[in-house]
Design a protein around this ligand. Structure first.
Ligand SMILES: [Zn+2]
Length: 210
């Protein structure tokens, strides 16, 4: 699996042998130059503030919510470029999916799970639970959360033989709730669980820099 020692350079005293210090310094310098953007990576208000006059005055549109939550593509691109650059420093190019690229049959760069198969597992759970509901003359709105989890457990047991342990494990983060589900998609080439556990904590401003 693609994994580089550079992924660990900023996590405290665990500095691996053979680290390229010139590269490390360049990354450090880049972070310092982008301190504000990195500190506000997940702060929507900051990115809204980058809208120019004409972007602020765009007419209301069906796709834009009235509280101007809309961030124009130009500003979104600035943020995406920051993330792509940071991931290149942390993981090396070729070890993540840059935001603008699309790859059809994606496997997670960290755990290797096939992301569309995880999606298929989740849709199967939803479909099978709906079948059981229909048979019982119910909908997801006529049962309780507890009854829904019991049905989900039954269906998961039935489906266990059709998917790998890894696919099932990595699907848990998006396990459908009663009447609610999240569509499986990769985040920069990682399954949502690996993104949350490994990639996300490394993005943004590094608190070890003082
Ligand atoms: Zn993964």
């Amino acid at each position: 699996m693609a994994k580089t020692t550079l992924g660990y350079i900023m996590v405290g005293p665990k500095i691996p042998l053979g680290i390229n210090w010139a590269y490390y310094n360049e990354y450090f310098q880049w972070m310092v130059n982008h301190e504000t953007e990195l500190k506000n990576l997940d702060n929507q208000g900051y990115w809204h503030g980058l809208k120019n006059e004409s972007e602020r005055n765009l007419p209301r549109h069906a796709n834009r919510s009235p509280n101007s939550a809309y961030i124009p593509a130009r500003v979104e691109k600035i943020r995406e470029d920051i993330i792509n650059t940071q991931l290149t420093y942390l993981l090396g190019s070729g070890n993540f999916r840059p935001n603008e690229s699309y790859i059809k049959n994606r496997t997670c760069y960290e755990c290797g799970v096939n992301i569309s198969t995880v999606g298929k597992y989740l849709s199967t759970l939803v479909r099978e639970v709906n079948e059981l509901l229909k048979k019982g003359g119910n909908t997801s709105f006529t049962i309780t959360d507890e009854e829904h989890s019991a049905l989900m457990t039954t269906v998961m047991k039935q489906q266990a033989k059709n998917f790998t342990a890894l696919e099932i494990e990595k699907a848990q983060i998006y396990l459908p709730q009663r009447g609610r589900r999240r569509l499986m998609d990769d985040l920069y080439g990682f399954c949502p669980q690996c993104y949350q556990d490994i990639v996300k904590p490394q993005l943004g401003w590094n608190k070890n820099i003082v």
